[in-house]
Design a protein around this ligand. Structure first.
Ligand SMILES: [Ca+2]
Ligand SMILES: [Ca+2]
Ligand SMILES: [Ca+2]
Length: 245
């Protein structure tokens, strides 16, 4: 008996990027009764073949047209020569989930010569490819020192063009150093945190941030001024003035 033999099997494969595995989808065209087909999911920014159509009858004249939502078809083109039994639907630019008026759902139809439609639906998975953008480059406001604790002062607002909540849900915060007299709620509302005193602070400048995750954010400068609007400071504040100055 000879020495034991060890056999090693080596498998070689190609790892495709996540999200690109399901396209193109091969389908059979039905010009007699039409069809509806779910093409699955693909990541935003995908470019390439979407659908390979087979079984096209001789004498057909296919057209690519909008179905349900008008914008989906603007990302596509139909490569088809009359008399050929196959055709290809491919992208003419990267798919943009945020531009699809179906909320990330891309829909289109292949129309046969006599009007029968083969409709298609493709879910384009949203990426976090848009940062928050403030609606103003700077926020300013003037408030009275008599404004009470927990009173609203100002609301900052940013928008994020991504289509899904996961990629466009903003939270707001004040960046350090945070002034002790103000606090910010996660929805962008700035409140009075402790009693204002004009003699201790008549203007404040600080930075607020809108954030979606750890990598996507914008920072803008915000200025707020406090002052007495015509009335005498309350008695308890007159002592503060003496202590202060
Ligand atoms: Ca996009
Ligand atoms: Ca997006
Ligand atoms: Ca975003």
């Amino acid at each position: 008996m000879g020495p034991p033999v060890f056999k090693i099997f080596l498998f070689v494969g190609v790892v495709l990027p996540y999200g690109s595995w399901c396209l193109p989808t091969t389908t059979t065209l039905n010009c007699a009764g039409g069809s509806n087909f779910q093409l699955g999911e693909i990541d935003e920014d995908y470019e390439g073949e979407v659908e390979i159509l087979q079984g096209i009858p001789p004498g057909e004249n296919l057209e690519l047209e909008a179905y349900l939502f008008p914008t989906g078809v603007t990302f596509l083109q139909l490569d088809y020569t009359a008399g050929n039994p196959t055709a290809v639907v491919r992208t003419n630019r990267p798919l943009d989930a945020d531009a699809l008026d179906g909320g990330g759902l891309l829909t289109y139809a292949i129309k046969c010569r006599l009007g029968m439609k083969n409709t298609r639906e493709l879910n384009v998975r949203d990426k976090n490819d848009n940062p928050p953008v403030f609606q103003q480059t700077q926020y300013t406001d003037t408030v009275s020192e008599t404004l009470g604790v927990d009173s609203p002062v100002l609301t900052v607002k940013a928008v994020d063009a991504d289509v899904t909540d996961a990629n466009n849900r903003l939270t707001y915060s004040i960046q350090a150093p945070v002034p002790s007299v103000f606090e910010m709620r996660a929805d962008g509302l700035i409140l009075v945190k402790e009693r204002l005193n004009y003699n201790k602070g008549n203007h404040y400048t600080f930075t607020v941030e809108a954030r979606v995750d750890e990598t996507q954010y914008r920072i803008e400068v915000y200025i707020l001024t406090t002052r007495v609007q015509g009335q005498q400071p309350p008695a308890e504040r007159q002592q503060d003035q003496r202590d202060c100055c």
